[in-house]
Design a protein around this ligand. Structure first.
Ligand SMILES: [Mg+2]
Length: 124
């Protein structure tokens, strides 16, 4: 039985494959959305237990998708971890302002990522 269902919103397939691999190895079930708009739709339809959100994506960026998910009462309680290469001053604060629960920068430490997922999964 899986430890939980994680939606990975990511437009870079190498990053997706890595996150998918490490989470499945640690007992999670994952599914993919390739841009912010699909991420918002998948969140509403599939009700994941946790969301990992890239920030820089086509169609709709991760800040906007996060804000839409967190403003919707039906999805606002789902924990959301921003995962991004953005390290500019202000990007982190913008992500927290949009409602993300945790912010992890790329290149990511896989242990840190799994710890963050374990932490937030039990706090939903
Ligand atoms: Mg991206």
């Amino acid at each position: 039985m899986s430890k939980g269902r994680v939606l990975i919103v990511e437009d870079n397939m190498d990053t997706y494959e890595l996150v998918h691999f490490i989470l499945e190895k640690n007992g999670y079930e994952t599914f993919l959305a390739m841009n912010g708009r699909d991420g918002v739709n998948a969140t509403q339809k599939q009700k994941p237990d946790l969301i990992i959100m890239d920030l820089s994506m086509p169609e709709m960026d991760g800040w906007t998708a996060t804000a839409l998910i967190k403003r919707n009462k039906k999805t606002s309680a789902i924990p959301l971890i921003a995962l991004t290469a953005h390290a500019l001053p202000g990007d982190r604060q913008r992500a927290f302002d949009a409602g993300c629960n945790e912010y992890i920068t790329k290149p990511m430490d896989l242990d840190e990522l799994v710890e963050a997922v374990d932490y937030w999964m039990v706090r939903q």
